[in-house]
Structure formats: C-alpha cells, structure tokens
Ligand binder design. Structure first.
Ligand code: GDP
Ligand code: MG
Length: 441
C-alpha cells in the first residue's frame, strides 16, 4: 500500500537508528571512491575514512536526516576541520622583512606563484622584492625579471654564475637596507626529488631563516603529492603550501594529502597562468570540491542549509513525548519542500530512487499539499492541540469550509495524524511501527 511505502520513505528520511557500519555501507563506499577520484593518496584515504567511521559510529541519527546522509555530512565537516577550518594568511613577521622561501619540483609553478604573491602583497601595500636563485637555467632568471616588470616589483638577481645561497643572503640584506616589507625567494627545482636539490635548498633555508617555507604543488600531481610532501617536510620543514593549476580538472585531493601528512595549511591556490590568478585557500570550498559527488554532495549542502540540527533534536524529543503537533508537521513538510520536491529528495538518497515509483511520489506530494491546505485553515491553538479537533465537529466544519474540503477529510486528517503520532512515538522508542499511516492515506 502507498501508506506503507510512504512510511518506509519517511523512516529513511527521518532516520531511526544510530549510525552503524551497516546503514552507511553505501555512503562509506561513495566517500572512499570520491576521495580516491579526487587523487587523495590511498593511505591518506584509508586513515581518514577509518577515523571518521570510528567517530561517527554510534552517533544518534537526527530526525529528518538519513544515516547515510548524516555520515556524509560528518565526513564533510571532518574534511573541513582537517584542512584547517579557515584560511590562513601569509606570514607577516614582526621583524622586517618577512622572508618567504618557495620550494618544490620544477614546473610546478614556483616562479609564477612567487610573482602572483608579490602582486597581491603590493596591492595590500606591502612592499615586496623577488630574489632569483634558480641559476641552473638562464631562462629562469629572465622569467622572473619579466614577471617583476609586469607587476612592478623589483627583482634581485646576480646572474647565473653566483651561488644560490649567496644570492639569497645578498637579496635579504638589500631588502633590509631598503626597508622592504616582504622578500620572496624563488628557487630551482628538479624534475624529481634528488639529494643535491634538497641539500641546496636546506643551505638556502639555513642562510636566510625564512618566516615561511611554501611548498608549491601541482594539483595534477595526484597521488604523488603525498610522498612529495613527506620528503620536503622531513628534509626542509615547510610552513605551508600553494596548490597550483587548480584551474585544470583536478579535484584537489592533494590538498588533503598535504595537510594530513605535514599538518601544515594550504594557503593559496593557483588558478591560471596569469599573475592575478591566485586565490586564498578555503577549506570548506576544497572539501566540497574533493567530495564533489554530484547528487550526494548537493544533498549535503541542502541539508546543511535547511536542517537545523538543534531544531531537529527538539522535534525528536517531541515525537518521543507524542507532542508532535500540526505545526511540527507543517515545518517538516516545508523543510522537505525547501530541499526540493519529495521526488527530487528521494532520488538523491542512495538506494531510495528505485523504491518508489514516480506515480507514488507524485501522489505523496499531492497528499502533502492537501494536508498543508487543511492545516493552514486551523487556528494556532488547533495546530498545537490536535485533540481539540477530534472533539469538536464545529471546528472541523469551519476548517473544511476555509480550506475547500469536506468534514470527512478533516476528520480523517485528524485521526490519521493521531495514529501517526502514536506510531512515531513507538518508532522513536525503538518499537515496531504500528499500523498507522501518513495523514490522509
Ligand atoms: P617552476 O618551474 O616551478 O618555477 O614553474 P613555473 O612558474 O615556471 O610554471 C611552469 C608552467 O606552469 C608555466 O607554463 C606556468 O604558466 C604554468 N602555471 C603555473 N601556475 C599555474 C596555474 O595555476 N595554472 C595553470 N594553468 N598554469 C600554471
Ligand atoms: Mg621557476
């Protein structure tokens, strides 16, 4: 019967359980897949999912939210928390100049990012100097000089014959003399991590004691980002990272790997080749991008907008005391509406879409609209106390008139509502659902 099907849909919507491995199996699989597809490294995924699962296990499922959905929300919140909650700005040292050292493999976008940062700082009225220490390719020094001209920021260079450590040191001295606010030291990279490169980078670091060591990682690096971060962090010690080439189709899983492995924040995103294409990093946006699971994420976002957890808990308490009234019913109905059509919501819930036919869902929606019309014609008092209506034919007549239905419809709504209320109470207490149905069905 429709009422039974609706009942099961309603149960799924409101949840009636604790989060357990069995009611989130599908969500777990989706989360794992999303993270791997986003190029979070395998070990980081494993660790992260296990952590979240342990944390979620046994959590009370909130009314109006399916366990799956609630679990995904926990994952999302945990992702945001792990990536640092808020944006962390670039260091701004008390003792000037602030020294920023760029690190990373060749071709990741260090030189470009150095110029992008310099431009942002200049716009914030923080005077800046770029230092060219990539002496291995003449073109690298020229590249920085060209970029410097373009953004109107001075570039300190000593050609390609000098030693990177000497250049870096001389650059800082010059910047200090000139009262520059921030010095950004660009460095050479290799195509792969090698010991010479690490040794040299370490020497530069020791020579200039930077306030900030930014690891520049190409978002397209994928799984490799984990190893890369580990090596740089162990040998050099980073204070943060810039994730470049986020304008590509990378889902940015490297951000999670970087954070999980180094514990250091991603501070900026590179989103294009132009010098303006640098954005502060926002953990919540990145979590959405990483989880980007189409429908499921949309559902989480909607739920976040519409489901006030505290509200939902109050509702649950009311259900337990069988104090669920017509106002609560309306609120639930509107909440579902805000989240989209019932049909839309059911489709979003994993495993739900094929349980109810389009016809059944449409009937369900029509029924909800009928109920809503009748409730709208009730007084505040009547909504709060359905028993008032059960005992007063004249009240029922008035409502029937006001809403365009007949007495019988109102009586049925009231008696169904009372049945539903006691059924919900039983379910809320862990008992078996009784014979009741959704109002009017
Ligand atoms: P470096 O070797 O680490 O200094 O890398 P470069 O700064 O020279 O950049 C290497 C290439 O990547 C250049 O062609 C840049 O234009 C390009 N690039 C850097 N950052 C970005 C970005 O955020 N998006 C895109 N699409 N390209 C970038
Ligand atoms: Mg370079």
């Amino acid at each position: 019967a429709l009422s039974e099907r609706f009942e099961s849909a309603w149960k799924t919507l409101r949840g009636q359980d604790k989060i357990s491995e069995s009611n989130i199996t599908e969500a777990l699989r989706e989360v794992r897949r999303a993270l791997l597809e986003a190029d979070v490294s395998f070990n980081v995924v494993k660790e992260f999912v296990a952590d979240v699962q342990a944390k979620a296990q046994g959590a009370e499922v909130v009314t109006g939210v399916a366990p799956d959905q609630q679990f995904i929300k926990i994952v999302y919140d945990e992702l945001v928390a792990l990536m640092g909650d808020a944006n962390e700005p670039l260091a701004d040292a008390n003792r000037k100049p602030t020294v920023v050292l760029m690190a990373g493999l060749q071709g990741t976008g260090k030189t470009t990012a150095a110029a992008k940062l310099a431009l942002q700082l200049r716009k914030q009225d923080r005077s800046t100097m770029l230092v060219a220490t990539d002496v291995y390719r003449p073109a690298a020094v020229d590249q920085l000089i060209t970029l410097g001209k373009q953004i109107d920021v001075p570039v300190f260079e000593m050609g390609t014959d000098a030693n990177p450590v000497d250049i870096a040191r001389a650059g800082i001295i010059k910047a200090r003399e000139e009262g520059v606010d921030t010095v950004i030291v660009d460095t050479a990279g290799r195509l792969q991590i090698d010991q010479d490169m690490m040794a040299e980078l370490e020497q530069v670091k020791t020579a200039i004691s930077p306030d900030e060591v930014l690891l520049v990682v190409d978002a397209m690096t994928g799984q490799e980002a984990a190893t890369l971060t580990q090596t740089f962090h162990e040998q050099i010690g980073i204070t943060g990272a810039i994730l470049t080439k986020m304008d590509g189709d990378s889902r940015g899983g490297a951000a999670l790997s970087i954070r999980q492995i180094s514990g250091k924040p991603i501070k900026f995103l590179g989103i294009g080749e132009k010098v303006e294409a640098l954005q502060p990093f926002y953990p919540d946006r990145m979590a959405s991008r990483i989880l980007g699971m189409g429908d499921v994420l949309t559902l989480v976002e909607k739920a976040q907008e519409e489901v006030d957890i505290a509200d939902a808990e109050k509702l649950q308490a009311k259900i337990l005391e069988a104090k669920f009234d017509f106002n609560d019913f309306l609120k639930q109905t509107r909440l579902m509406k805000n989240m989209g059509s019932l049909t839309g919501i059911m489709k979003l819930i994993p495993g739900m879409s094929n349980k109810l036919s389009a016809d059944q869902l449409q009937q369900g929606e029509a029924q909800l609209r009928r109920c809503e019309a009748m409730i709208n014609s009730m007084t505040k008092q009547e909504r709060e106390d359905p028993d008032l209506l059960a005992n007063s034919p004249s009240r029922r007549r008035r409502i029937a008139k006001g809403s365009g239905y007949v007495d019988k419809d109102i009586s049925k709504l009231v008696s169904d509502f009372q049945k539903m209320r006691s059924m919900m109470k039983q379910m809320g207490q862990g008992g078996m659902p009784g014979m009741g149905g959704f109002p009017g069905m």
